[in-house]
Every structure is written in C-alpha cells, then in structure tokens.
Design a protein around this ligand. Sequence first.
Ligand code: ZN
Length: 410
Amino acid sequence: MKSLALLHASQLVTLAGPKRPRVGKELSELGIIRDGGILIRDGKVDIVGPSDEIEKKSKDAQIIDLDGRVAMPGFVDAHTHLIFGGNRLDDFERRARGETYEQIANAGGGIWSTVEKTRAATEDDLFKTAKKRVDWFRKCGTTTIEAKSGYGLTLEDELKILRVIRRLNEETPLEVVPTFLGAHAVPRESSPKKYVDLLINEMLPRVAKEKLAEFCDVFCERGYFDIEQSRRVLTAAKMLRLKLRGHVDQISNSGGAKLMAELGATTADHLEKTDGEGFAALKKANVQPVLLPGSVYALSSSSYPRAREVIEAGLAVVLATDFNPGSSPTPSMPMVLSLACTQMKMSPTEAISAATINAAYSLNRGDKIGSLESGKLANVAVFDCEDYRELAYWFGIPQTHSVYVRGERI
Ligand SMILES: [Zn+2]
C-alpha cells in the first residue's frame, strides 16, 4: 500500500459535512482545519486532522510539507463544452467592435462555424486539442470535468466527440464525465421535427448502447428546442436510463426550470431568467441549479443568475465554467469564484461549496469526490495562498501550486 502525507496546510479545507448536497447555512461550513494534514493511502483519504497528529500516524508515508499553503478538494466543473474544433476569435473581435449576434452569424460566425470545424476535424485532432485544454483545467485546480458533446449534430460526429471524451478519461489523469448534448441546435440541413426524430430514434439508442454518456442534456430555448421538443428528447433519454441535465431559461423564462423539475432531472443549468415559481419547482423536485457566470461576463451582459434568490429558495447551488468557444472561453474555476462573489453576491464559502461538494453531487459522485473525508478519492488542489478567500479575491493570477488525483501528483 502506498502512503503519502501532506502536512502543514495553513488551512485544510475539508468540506466535511452531511452526506448530501449542501443548502442554506451549510454552504458556509467548510470544515477548515488550521495547520492541517492529510494521510493518503492507496489513492484515498485515510485521515485528516491537525498536522502533528497526522505526522504521528505517517511513519511509513512519504511526507510532503505544504509550507503554509491552502489545500482543498480539487474543483469539480459540472458544465463544460470541452470538445470542439477551431475557436471563435473572429466572433470575439466582432463583438468587441459592437456587432450584434445576427451580424456575426451572417458573417459566418456563431455556433454553426464551430459545428463545421468540429465535423471537419478527425477524432485524433479533437483529442489533441482537448488534451491541451484538460491541462488548462488542471492548472486551475480542477480534477473532475463534465463534458458535453453537441458540436457534431450528426450521429457519426456526435459519437466521434463522445469517443474523444472516453479517450480523455483513459489517457489523462483527470476524470471526464460524459454528457450527450445532441440537442444543442437544429442542424442547418435538417428541420426541428426531423432532427428530434433522429435524436430519439437513432442517436440516443446508439449512445446508450455504446455506454458513451451518463447524462443527456438539451438546449431548451426558443429557436433551439422548445418545451415540447425538449420533453420528448429528455423522456426518451430517461427511458434509456440516462440521467438528465438541461440548458434552461438562459435567454427567456420559457418554463424550462419547471420542465426539469417535472422530469426529475439531476440539474437545471443557466437559470438567468427563471422566476420564483421555477425555483420553487426545482426545490420540490430536488433538482440542483448550475449557475454559469462566465458566459454572462464574456458576452458583456449584466443579467447574472440571481444566486441569493437561489440560495434562499433552499437549493443546492452549483457553480461551473460553461467552458465553450463562443460564450465562455475560460477553464478557470477561480475566475468563476471571483464572478460569483463580485457579481452574484455569493460569499467565498458559498462559492467554494458550490464548486466542490455540491458540484460532485450534481455529477452523482458526491460519495467519492468533492470533499476531503475518510474513504474519498484523494483529489487535492494546493494553492499558493494562506487563506481560501484569496482564491476569489485575487483575480487574473494563477494561484495553483500543485494538484493530486487519487493521491498522485499530476
Ligand atoms: Zn452550456
């Protein structure tokens, strides 16, 4: 058995607590141990406690002195679009010049340009670029990434993307959780009705048969998939035993949150325009809200999701990057913490709970990751600061010192 002891963290942020997603005041209880240490055996957390106590029990272990840095569970990023061809630099520049979404789309930009580049890329091309991006996440202290398909929009291209996700899992140290988002947009060569039929009759059964995804997601919005179409796709996915996530109420309050509650989804994501009734429905159905301030920021909008209302409604809030080439080109959870505190008035403690333990539960992994407690995987991020609040306070500066996955430094 291999043992490793990390000693002398100024703050060991354990997130120890009830074995369920945290709500209300629980979001502010981080289980911090000052001058903390952690003994790791066989890739798992054995014990945590004050460093002098851990040191006594670490006779056979390799010792690493964290020298007064902050250590906490690696971030769990529960919403990303990791796999795509090309980038959207031209869109970015046009937006900076003040052009509208319509002007940008007419100039050949927008989601469709990413679909074309993703379709043209080989599986190897996509793997190579995605592998580089996975390393960006590592550099930000993230150890688990949810990743969606959705820039292929044909059976073969969606399978290609999901196979890249599978390969990332096998060939990179981070865990990548696969989500099928075939219902990201209606492809130009199809019609909404024809494409929804294709999703239900061909794509979803194939994805399920090849076990390429754990979750199914839908972009539920006018002009993409309306409530009825979203319900059809998600119901078919549920029958195939996929769990559900959804992009809802981002641009308009279309009843998407209520749909996710009705279907017993695991998460409802975005929620910029959701009303009180929608939040109450999510609460009743135990659906976790995933808030994505990165896209609001990068689109120069000011309509951030109303985190205070979400927390006051008793919901087990999650924060994620929404990493994607069009609206949120950031892999940085510390940047998301900064936005959550400055723009959404979450406290640093609430933001950290939302980015670790609650995010882990939203990926059905709350029993394995998201906190540093006995028996959980030793996924640890060490930061070059003395106080965990510095992660949200200093922005635009990398503070990651080292990252461990299953007890191995990566
Ligand atoms: Zn998204």
